[in-house]
Write a protein that binds this ligand. Sequence first.
Ligand SMILES: Cc1ncc(COP(=O)(O)O)c(C=O)c1O
Length: 388
Amino acid sequence: MPIADTVLERIRRVTRLPKVALHEPTFGGNELAYVTECIQTGWVSSVGEFVNRFEHDLADFTGAAHAVVVSNGTSGLQIILSLAGVKPDDEVLVPALSFVATANAVRHCGAWPHFVDSDYRTLGLNVDALAAHLRDVAEVRPEGCFNRRSGRRIAAVVPMHTFGHPVDMPALMELAARYRLEVVEDAAESLGSWIGNRHTGTFGRCAMLSFNGNKIVTTGGGGAIVTNDAALAKRAKHLTTTAKQPHPWAFFHDETAYNFRLPNLNAAMGCAQLERIDSFLEAKRELTRLYTEAFADVPDVELFLARPGTTVNYWLQTLILSATAADQRDAILATTNAAGQMTRPVWELLYTLPMYRACERMHTPVADDLARRIINLPSSPQLIPGVV
Ligand SMILES: Cc1ncc(COP(=O)(O)O)c(C=O)c1O
């Protein structure tokens, strides 16, 4: 049987549905009650009890000292990059294999992405390869780390925890300290992923979470900043809420800031979703077990599993094709999608996009290779009905 047909048959064994999306939200908890409460009380907009509660609950869940909710992950990342000291014309190290928002947020600060290779063990930023690259191109001066090739300051590094699989953060923190780089985590995909007992997003100076409709917890659209730095959290709240000084009626704004607030209506959904995250995570672990079993005897494909020492949210289930089967990727995507079982390739490498083609980058053989071999499988938690 052609590999595309085998993959389709094994996906169907797991999903047992004629038509299935890649990742759909589920609202079987208090979502409707909390949203209704907002409508009935009139507290639908930029402040309200659910905003405060969602921030509290997120800090509690991640173990971060502070959480500030924002309009989406991209705006949150822009703000924390800037609060971490990224200035126009700086460079920021970002993975070549990521969603476009990671690089866009850097540009929104007026800085430039500098692309880094991936790691086969994590699908995220390759710390060893980055160390070798920095040895080649970087110079640490009293004013910070500089790229000898471009002459620009390298201000920060943004690890992104791909599909919920954590980057090797202890190793990256050590490297970043040596080169005096700020670490700002793109944890958009990794709510519910830990290294040991430490949640992703709590290693660097600060991190961003996303609650876009396809994420493990959704508010329709939304995001959060998490950090242990009280001053940074306070600045983030101020900057994302138009820099208005608190006052019962006066409109005094003390700097040019942003309206990146998360409405109470969306925060209400977030509170209800977060109440159910343990069952979402359990369903996703069970889905991983079923896919592992279904693909166990299929040559040339392997389900990507958690590294020892990590707990992974399995946001998107990920199949890695062997090097020899890579040329079958598009046939697999075509067959499965035509049959109603939605699958996706990974993103186009960011340095190939028109606006990022001229950016600085290291050699990216692993990212180049992985980009041809990754297929995401249907991953909704409600595929495991008894749990969610
Ligand atoms: C890795 C990554 N970074 C950033 C984002 C941007 O988040 P948002 O859509 O909430 O702006 C997303 C998801 O959408 C993402 O997957």
